[in-house]
Design a protein around this ligand. Sequence first.
Ligand code: SF4
Ligand code: SF4
Length: 113
Amino acid sequence: MTYIVTDPCVKCKLMDCVEVCPVDCFYEGENFLVINPDECIDCGVCEPECPVDAIKPQSEDEADGRWLKVNTAYSRVWPNINVRGRPLADSDAYRGQADKFNRFFSEAPGDGS
Ligand code: SF4
Ligand code: SF4
């Protein structure tokens, strides 16, 4: 089992989550973060750190495993991040919006750390 990052993270990237992970398994895209499911030790420490409840246990994934697929795919190609970076300047404007992944998700990698 693993934890997964889900829709509320898109265009947020507050990154309260990355510094608490004991195994440094967060990976950074341009406007989204993912967890590498093969590296996550299922400790749950990151879940309460996320102010927008974007981090969920795999058991709360959508029925088709959508978020596990997204986290798996992009953690293979994006750079690792374990130091909190700067949040996106417009993150507050997008907080709470629905279906952000379909509308705004970028496949571009982030800068990593
Ligand atoms: S704290 Fe939550 S919304 Fe912010 S980068 Fe981490 S998972 Fe994404
Ligand atoms: S559950 Fe633990 S190991 Fe997995 S991403 Fe969160 S902090 Fe890292």
